[in-house]
Design a protein around this ligand. Structure first.
Ligand code: C5P
Length: 399
């Protein structure tokens, strides 16, 4: 499970159908060890009763500016003073507009204004409300004000329409919040991550590639950024959006990736090679489209450069972390790869688990042996991996 053991979270629930999902979010936050206090707007209480949140958080739910139970009569500022994060989920279009203008006419909006912690906002609204120029302006302003937007997702909406504006699912909100609250163990460090597949052209329309989705590499880049690092993500083609505040360098072939890694390496402290680089490329890609015929076709293939092994063998090599996807003898094959590529750390996963899925299970192999990371979503695992890397890195620097 994600680690929120010492974290105090103020969860603000505003008026929207997605308020029912905030109940599940409360349960997940509590299960992850967080101390959760729920504040509801008046509109939110029309969708779900405060009693539901009280039962799930184990604490009285605050709804009114005038009767909130702080001893000193300062509820409007007290409850957001000592928390680690304030999360508004769902955040209605109306509440977002209030945040933008600093309106403080109920308990939740007042607490947002008086906060000393990071503010996370998970919008939930009809797609036309989301696309409205007023909402677009408000969202841009929230970002400029340093507020962290979580979502929204696109998909079926309660109104029967389909489009952007759906609140992220509770488990997605939990893992994004958890990642953001990780200790800043890589503050001041520069991290280079490779991700995704590479595509090796046969001709202008055909190519060799593999099934990598890029999800693990993007999660690692996001976790490194959340741990305070400056992150460059060199990625083969994927359907994913780069995590916020990560510099994306998009590439296609292994040769492109090798060149992009080389260009980005200056000043890099840690190199994490998650990409599923194609092992071979067509020896002579055709400039023209190959014509189909009934005769068998033989493609001559050349091995691609091993980007990771090349970086790790440099005299000024950064701290290098490899990934190994294996279908059997996981630990033995992984350790052999670690030795061959001269890596302080390699991350082993099962081919069946790794490719394309949202969850994974990892084994970290280093000089001290193997450490298993139990099955979890890829961002949660990436945060645990980044913790491990930060520890090994600082030990290496001390030694
Ligand atoms: O040898 P194998 O492909 O299994 O090694 C996997 C590790 O090496 C991964 O970290 C992958 O990103 C990296 N690699 C690379 N360049 C290659 C092949 C693999 O950087 N040509």
């Amino acid at each position: 499970m994600p680690h929120l053991q010492t974290k105090r979270i103020l969860l603000g629930v505003t008026g929207g159908v997605a308020a029912y999902k905030a109940a599940e979010l409360t349960r997940l936050l509590v299960k992850a060890g967080a101390d959760v206090r729920v504040v509801m707007t008046e509109a939110a209480t029309h969708f779900v009763t405060p009693l539901t949140f009280q039962a799930l958080s184990g604490k009285p739910v605050l709804t009114q500016l005038w009767d909130a139970g702080a001893d000193n009569g300062m509820a409007h500022i007290d409850f957001s003073r000592d928390v680690d994060a304030l999360l508004i989920a769902p955040a209605s279009a109306d509440f977002i507009a209030k945040l933008v203008h600093g309106v403080a006419d109920d308990l939740l909006s007042t607490l947002c204004l008086a906060r000393a912690c990071q503010l996370f906002v998970a919008p939930a609204m009809n797609r036309q409300m989301w696309d409205n120029p007023a909402t677009r302006r408000n969202i841009a302003q929230l970002r400029a004000d340093g507020v962290t937007l979580l979502g929204p997702a696109s998909g079926a909406q309660a109104c029967g329409e389909t489009g952007p504006g759906r609140m992220l699912e509770p488990d997605e909100l939990l893992s994004l919040l958890t990642a953001s609250l990780q200790p800043k163990s890589l503050a001041g460090k520069r991290v280079l991550v490779t991700a995704g597949p590479t595509i090796e052209a046969i001709d202008p329309v055909r190519a060799l590639t593999n099934m990598s989705s890029g999800k693990m590499g993007y999660a690692v880049a996001q976790a490194a950024q959340a741990a305070g690092a400056e992150v460059v993500l060199v990625s083969g083609p994927t359907c994913l959006t780069a995590p916020a505040n990560v510099q994306l360098v998009a590439v296609r072939s292994a040769a492109d990736m090798a060149a992009a890694v080389d260009a980005a390496l200056g000043g890099v402290d840690i190199f994490i090679s998650v990409a599923a680089v194609a092992d071979y490329r067509p020896a002579q890609p055709s400039e023209q489209k190959l014509k189909k015929s009934d005769a068998p076709l033989t493609l001559a293939l050349l091995p691609n450069p091993d980007i990771l092994a090349d970086v790790a063998s440099r005299a000024d090599a950064p701290f290098c972390v490899g990934f190994a996807a294996e279908s059997k003898n996981l630990l033995a094959y992984g350790e052999a790869k670690r030795q061959r590529k001269r890596l302080p750390l390699i991350v082993v996963n099962r081919v069946q688990d790794a490719l394309g899925s949202d969850d994974n299970e990892l084994w970290l192999l280093d000089d001290a042996g193997s450490h298993a990371l139990a099955r979890a979503d890829k961002l949660t695992l990436a945060c645990q991996l980044i913790d491990h890397i930060a520890n090994l890195y600082s030990l290496q620097k001390q030694g």
